[in-house]
Write a protein that binds this ligand. Sequence first.
Ligand SMILES: Cc1cc2nc3c(=O)[nH]c(=O)nc-3n(C[C@H](O)[C@H](O)[C@H](O)COP(=O)(O)O)c2cc1C
Length: 273
Amino acid sequence: MTSAPAGFQVSTFLHVQARGAVKSNDLLSVARCQAARRQRAAARIRMSASDAQSDGQAALQSMIKLMEERAKKNRSDRGWAFMQMATVEEGVPRNRTVVYRGLFENLIMLCTHASSRKVRALQNSNVTEIAWWMSVPRDQFRIQGRVLLVGSEGHVVERTEKGVPAAILSNREMLRAQRAQLWSKLSMPAKAQFFWPGVPGEELHPDWPGEQSTRIMDAHGQDRTSDQKEAREGVAEPECPPAFLLVLVVPEQIDHLNLKTNMRTINGVRVNP
Ligand SMILES: Cc1cc2nc3c(=O)[nH]c(=O)nc-3n(C[C@H](O)[C@H](O)[C@H](O)COP(=O)(O)O)c2cc1C
């Protein structure tokens, strides 16, 4: 039996062979056609990615819109806002669950602790891929992009501005306001985490969970008793601490797969699923 030439789809090869038409010239010309088709498809995807980055990013924006619509449909799932965010740490992939906090200027909003390990990784390479599975509409969105970290007073955390549009970077007041607004929307248990003693991921601090976070939880946690309700009224809301970072992900490529229709698109261009 003749073996298939390199780059030639085995199914096509077998089909041609079954028809008794195995002529090496036929095979080579079919293989060339297939290779050319693959190259054209790859070029279309590359073109759409670069177009989207350079001008109005129309394809990317419509993908973001679609993602937002599907996320709304997914809200009946208790874990609708959990997404997996990967980073690269000295060439090694690292992944963790984070909470989607909405969109801001078409950027994905998250938050994290300034001393966390992912922050150090992002300062060395501010690339990410987020995987978001939405069980209700049966959509997977894989978002590749750049990560901008915004700290106290809206400053950009060192070495996280790469690939971020200048219009975003230059508007420090807007970043400061956005960070403050996100803080104000966090639940008290979420806020208390930013007052835990010690560095995340390192040896357990002897004071953990720490006086300050315990006070916040006692005063502002769930109002189980009337005593706690009274305590809550007397204690001020915690101010946004330096440990709180606004995380903004600038999408560069969105790969969408829907399992109901088996349709897959990359930046709006239909590809094989
Ligand atoms: C359901 C869930 C939601 C989480 N949300 C966040 C989040 O929004 N931000 C965050 O920094 N960590 C979040 N975490 C914790 C991270 O998964 C991770 O353990 C932590 O950020 C430390 O990661 P790092 O060592 O890679 O920095 C969440 C964990 C779970 C299980």
